[in-house]
Structures are given as structure tokens and as C-alpha cells.
Ligand binder design. Structure first.
Ligand SMILES: Cc1cc2nc3c(=O)[nH]c(=O)nc-3n(C[C@H](O)[C@H](O)[C@H](O)COP(=O)(O)OP(=O)(O)OC[C@H]3O[C@@H](n4cnc5c(N)ncnc54)[C@H](O)[C@@H]3O)c2cc1C
Length: 603
């Protein structure tokens, strides 16, 4: 074999996958169409946001790279939902998109066990008798063998971009699509579909009149995503806010028939939660205006990103409607808005390890699985990489629970329910979000990162030290009083802040600000978390009833034929997962549970 692992695609999923397997010690090859596009931010030059920021920190705690990349390249930082509780707060940062990509590329170049090769994969080498992967075939005719393959094709597999009546085979504007692999995967028996997404225009900074626009500064200081850094010392670049108006909407309505989406040229389903401006005008006819953020693309770039104005209307229409917005009266477009349609794989064909059910050793991650977003891609890439390594080691796959991480929720949703439209993560998708705060990702996942070989002993020790310090602060509070109360009890009051106690309890200053803040969150949330723990225990009891890989569903009497077929297709890992399969009756789950327990006791 040439390699242990081949990763196809150097996007956000591919970066995490190839770093994970090479860092764990496996000989890895990244094959990507264009090495100058590794880690390119296709759309919004920003990482994080509600729930997504938590995912970045989960990736970091497990030993992934995304948090390091953004920490080293951010040009603005904000905590979202600052006035609400920590359970729904999340960090978001504007990236210098050029620096982000360069940093990603260089990180990969410096990584031992990892080779990078510029070519396009057009087919997979599969042994259909044994149902195993053997490697890849590239456009230039290379046949490269490997024990495992991780597929992360993003928006490039049979990608096609649309601007009005113009269309071209591209994965992004100016970047050629990966043609051939989609057809090959269908030929190998996989189910693929079409999805679409869109991006707004990039315009020239000097053509914008900022004088009447609302300024949106970042938080000061910037805070790191990674648990490896304490501070970030870099100047922040502001964003600006403008609004669409009735004139904008009437131009869009007037030319709607020229939209490839409404004219029927695009068949793929788009992201409901990231709609184009055409979608917004159609879906919310009563809204008089929509907010548009004007965001810098980089510290040394004149390009500005018009967040909220994604469109696939012809360029003359884009120019006309953009110039109705305050500040954009004389705007000069550098790159037009466009939509892209691409092939995705139905994720119901995957096990929770992200390995395909059909072909052993073939893993799929990122936008290829029907998701949308850099963070959603990164966490899948990391888990696919970890599980490719687990397979090579002959060890059990690692499946994160819905109760411990957004990554777990995302993968469980994909492989259990599938998705018919681009899947994006939201806090509301997570039942146990109090447990999934961004501040506590390290407490939940560092140990697992260490177990799989991605986190060092030193990081584990650092975490232990942090937890000990938090306990010491709690002890210190317990031994002191504040406002005629025990200080630990007093801190539970919503209006009391730990730092205001420092005058009365001077020893608190022996601990760093992050330790004091973490203690405060732990103390304030303790009651809620304990309550949630009871629910988590109930949830975990069904998750712990594992269904053996070779469990014979046809032997289950009393289960509906439809239920048996669904289980045979999805291959749930546990009774808990089976209970979440859409349309599986409660009675089917109850019957299945009896048989699974019997099967286990007979083994
Ligand atoms: C126009 C546009 C608009 C978007 N809008 C949004 C949005 O509004 N919100 C949002 O959250 N996300 C949006 N995204 C999606 C975001 O870019 C992706 O979610 C994210 O980049 C996915 O990461 P990925 O690693 O799965 O794929 P990508 O970042 O697309 O990377 C895939 C990589 O694989 C390479 N590749 C593909 N096929 C092959 C092959 N056969 N052989 C070799 N290399 C291959 C490609 O060249 C590319 O480098 C948008 C993307 C585009 C293009």
C-alpha cells in the first residue's frame, strides 16, 4: 500500500482529517485540486457564531486545528449573546481570509507523516467482492493505493455556479469543478443528490461611503478560541451595518424571473437559514428592510463582504439593487454574488463513525454529507480522521454522544435522520446544551483527544491543574462570607459577580481571571446542570444498549417490515439511536430492545 490514509480535498473537513491521521502516526496523503486553495474561506470570512463557536472549541479540545487557525488570523472578535447566559453564548471572529488560508497550508506543509499532492480524484479503487476501499484514481491517471480514504469534496463535486443566465462548471467562482467523481460514486452504488448555496458580492472598500453607516466594533480584548492560548493581542478592524429598503426589494421583484433559482435552472435545495436576498424578499414580503453587515475580507485587502446580500441574479441586477443601499450608492463590485450547486452524498449511507456502511475503510465528511459551514465541516473531518485511525489500529470507533457535544448532535442527526437541505448547526438542535457550553469543551473532550493520540500528556496535566484551581477557588469561597452569606452561596445569586468579592476575599486575586470566571460559571450553573444530569442519565441508559454490528434484523419477530427495513438501512449503533430514526414506531423500538438484549445474552 502507498498510504494508510488518503484524504480527498483540502477544505475545512480535509484539513482536520489529514492532520488527525498524520498526527496519530499514519502515513497520510492529501490529494487536492489546488494547493493554493487549501483552507480557503469560500463565503463569509468568519469562524464561529452561535453553536458553531462551540464546535470550534470542541475541535480544539479534541486536538484539531481550526481554533489555532482562527486565533492566529482573526481581525475582529465578538462574544454573541453576551447579555444572555453562558449556555447560549458563543464566540465569533472575522478572519483575515488570506492569512487563514496561508496558515492552514503552511501547517499542513510542516506536518510530518503528511504528503500533499495537487490533482483531482475522479474515481475510487474499490474491491466490490470484499466491499473494501483500495485507493483512488486521479485525473492525470495516478492510481494511488491506501487502506482508508476520507472523502471531503465540499461544493466541488460536479459543482456548477450560476449568475443569472450564466452558468459554468465551478466549485467556487474561478475554480474548476471536480468532474467525474460524482458519476463514479453513483456507479459504485452510492446515493447522491444536489444541493445549492450562495454567496454575496465582494466590493471595493474605497467605493463605500461609511460616513452615515453604523459602526460595529469588535470586543476588546479579543479572546482565543483555543484552550492553548490565554490572550490575543492584535488590533481589531470594525464592521459596518447598512439596510436594504423598499427600492431594493422592488428591483429584486422586478427581475426575479431572471433568477436561476426561480426560473428553474437550479434544482438543488438551498440553506433555509442562510437565504439569498431573493429568498428573503419572497419569504418575508412584509419586511420593509433587511440588515446587511459590511465585513472586511482581510487586513491587507480592499475587498469587503456584504453579509446578507447573497444572490444569483444577473450582474446588472445586482449592481442596480446594491446601489439602493445607504453607503453603497457608488459601489464597485470586485467579485459578483453567485450560487453554486453540487453533488452531496446521502448521509444515511454512513455509520456514526462517518464510515460508509457499504464500503469498509471509506469515510465521508464535510459539505459532501449535506452540511453547510466551515465549523460543521471541520468537526466531521476531525471525527472521520480519528475513526480512520481507530480502524487502522483495529480499535473501536469513537462516537461522541448527543449529550456531550454539538459535534455528537450533528453526526447523530446526519446518520440517523439524514438531511434534504444543507444542515447547519443551531443551539436549538441540542437537547442538553447546558452541558455543551463553549467554556467547558476542554473539560468534556481533552481526555478523549489524549486517548486517541491527539492531545499530549502536557495538555492533560494542564487541564487537571485548571480543574484543581477551580476546586480551590470554590473551597476558598466556602470558607468565606459575602453579604452575610456563605460566599459560595452568594455567588449563586444572579447579580453577584466573583470579581466584586475580591476586596473582601483578597486571596481570590491569587487566581487568574479565566479561573475565577470559570468558577463563577460552574457555581451559577451548578443547579441547572445537576437537573440536566438526571435527564442525561435517562438518555444514556438507552444509548448504552448497543446493537451488535452483526445483529440480524430479519430475525426480529413483531417488528413492522418498514421498521426492519429502516434499521437495516441506517444500522443504528444503539437502542437510543434507533429511537431517533424518523418514522420508527415506539412499539418497534420496544420489540427491538427485547431482541437486542436476547441477542446479547446468547452471545
Ligand atoms: C458560493 C458558496 C457559498 C457558501 N455560503 C455559505 C454560507 O452562507 N454559510 C455557510 O455556513 N457556508 C457557506 N458555504 C459553505 C462553506 O464554504 C463550506 O461549508 C465549507 O467550506 C465546507 O468545507 P469542506 O471542507 O466540506 O469543503 P470545501 O471548503 O468546499 O473544500 C473542498 C476541497 O476539496 C477539493 N476537492 C473537491 N473535490 C475534489 C476531488 N475530486 N479531488 C481533489 N480535490 C477535491 C476542492 O478543491 C476544495 O479545496 C458556501 C460555499 C460556497 C462555495
Amino acid at each position: 500500500m502507498d498510504y494508510d490514509v488518503i484524504v480527498i480535498g483540502g477544505g475545512h473537513a480535509g484539513i482536520e482529517a489529514c492532520l488527525a491521521t498524520s498526527r496519530i502516526g499514519f502515513k497520510t496523503l492529501l490529494v487536492t485540486q489546488n494547493i493554493d486553495a487549501i483552507g480557503r474561506l469560500s463565503c463569509n470570512p468568519a469562524i464561529g457564531g452561535l453553536a458553531k463557536g462551540n464546535i470550534v472549541r470542541e475541535v480544539d479540545a479534541l486536538g484539531g486545528e481550526m481554533a489555532h487557525l482562527i486565533d492566529n488570523t482573526m481581525i475582529q472578535y465578538r462574544i454573541l449573546n453576551r447579555r444572555r447566559g453562558p449556555a447560549v453564548q458563543s464566540p465569533r471572529a472575522q478572519a483575515d481570509k488570506f492569512a487563514y488560508h496561508m496558515r492552514a497550508k503552511h501547517t499542513l506543509e510542516l506536518q510530518s507523516n503528511l504528503s500533499i499532492f495537487m490533482d483531482t480524484v475522479v474515481d475510487l479503487m474499490i474491491d466490490h467482492d470484499k466491499n473494501i476501499i483500495n485507493g483512488v484514481i486521479t485525473e492525470r491517471g495516478h492510481k494511488i493505493s491506501s487502506k482508508t480514504v476520507v472523502l471531503t469534496t465540499g461544493t466541488f463535486m460536479e459543482g456548477k455556479i450560476f449568475i443569472g443566465q450564466y452558468d459554468a462548471p465551478c466549485g467556487r467562482l474561478g475554480e474548476i469543478a471536480a468532474i467525474g467523481l460524482g458519476t463514479a460514486l453513483r456507479k459504485h452504488g452510492f446515493t447522491l443528490g444536489r444541493m445549492k448555496t450562495g454567496t454575496p458580492a465582494r466590493v471595493r472598500r474605497s467605493s463605500i461611503d461609511f460616513s452615515n453607516l453604523e459602526l460595529q466594533p469588535g470586543d476588546d480584548p479579543m479572546m482565543p478560541f483555543s484552550f492553548d492560548y490565554e490572550t490575543i493581542d492584535r488590533p481589531s478592524i470594525p464592521c459596518y451595518i447598512t439596510w436594504t429598503n423598499e427600492k431594493t426589494h422592488s428591483i429584486i421583484k422586478k427581475y426575479m424571473h431572471l433568477s436561476p433559482l426561480y426560473g428553474g435552472k437550479i434544482v438543488g435545495k438551498g440553506p433555509r437559514y442562510c437565504p439569498s436576498i431573493e429568498d428573503k424578499v419572497v419569504r418575508f414580503p412584509d419586511r420593509e428592510r433587511h440588515q446587511i453587515f459590511i465585513e472586511p475580507e482581510g487586513a491587507e485587502s480592499e475587498e469587503m463582504y456584504l453579509n446578507g446580500l447573497s444572490s444569483s441574479l444577473p450582474e446588472f441586477v445586482q449592481n442596480e439593487f446594491m446601489r439602493t443601499l445607504e453607503g453603497l450608492e457608488n459601489v464597485e463590485v470586485m467579485r459578483p454574488a453567485y450560487a453554486v450547486e453540487y453533488d452531496y452524498m446521502d448521509p444515511l449511507q454512513l455509520l456514526p463513525s462517518l464510515e460508509t456502511i457499504k464500503i469498509s475503510g471509506l469515510f465521508v465528511a464535510g459539505q459532501t454529507n449535506g452540511t453547510s459551514g466551515y465549523e460543521e465541516a471541520a468537526c466531521q473531518g476531525l471525527m472521520a480522521g480519528i475513526n480512520a485511525a481507530q480502524k487502522l489500529k483495529g480499535e473501536d470507533s469513537i462516537v461522541l454522544s448527543r449529550a456531550e457535544s454539538y459535534t455528537g448532535v450533528l453526526i447523530d442527526d446526519l446518520v440517523t435522520k439524514g438531511t434534504k437541505e444543507p444542515y447547519r448547526m443551531f443551539t436549538s438542535r441540542a437537547e442538553y446544551r447546558l452541558n455543551m457550553r463553549h467554556d467547558s469543551c476542554d473539560q468534556r473532550l481533552t481526555e478523549l483527544g489524549h486517548k486517541v493520540g491527539l492531545q499530549s500528556e502536557e495538555k492533560l496535566e494542564r487541564l487537571k491543574d485548571k480543574l484543581q484551581k477551580i476546586e480551590s477557588v470554590k473551597e476558598l469561597l466556602k470558607q468565606n462570607s459575602y453579604n452575610q452569606k456563605n460566599a459560595l452561596q452568594a455567588l449563586k445569586m444572579p447579580e453577584v459577580e466573583i470579581d466584586e468579592m475580591m476586596e473582601k476575599i483578597p486571596d481570590l486575586s491569587l487566581y487568574s481571571e479565566p479561573i475565577r470566571y470559570q468558577t463563577q460559571i460552574d457555581v451559577k450553573y451548578e443547579g441547572y446542570v445537576l437537573k440536566q444530569d438526571k435527564e442525561v442519565k435517562r438518555f444514556a441508559s438507552l444509548e448504552s444498549i448497543r446493537i451488535a454490528d452483526d445483529f440480524d434484523y430479519d430475525s426480529v419477530s413483531g417488528m413492522s417490515t418498514e421498521g426492519i427495513e429502516k434499521c437495516k438501512q441506517i444500522r443504528p449503533r444503539s437502542i437510543g439511536q434507533a429511537s431517533r430514526i424518523s418514522g420508527l414506531r415506539t412499539t418497534d423500538v420496544a420489540v427491538l430492545m427485547v431482541h437486542v438484549k436476547k441477542w446479547r445474552s446468547n452471545k
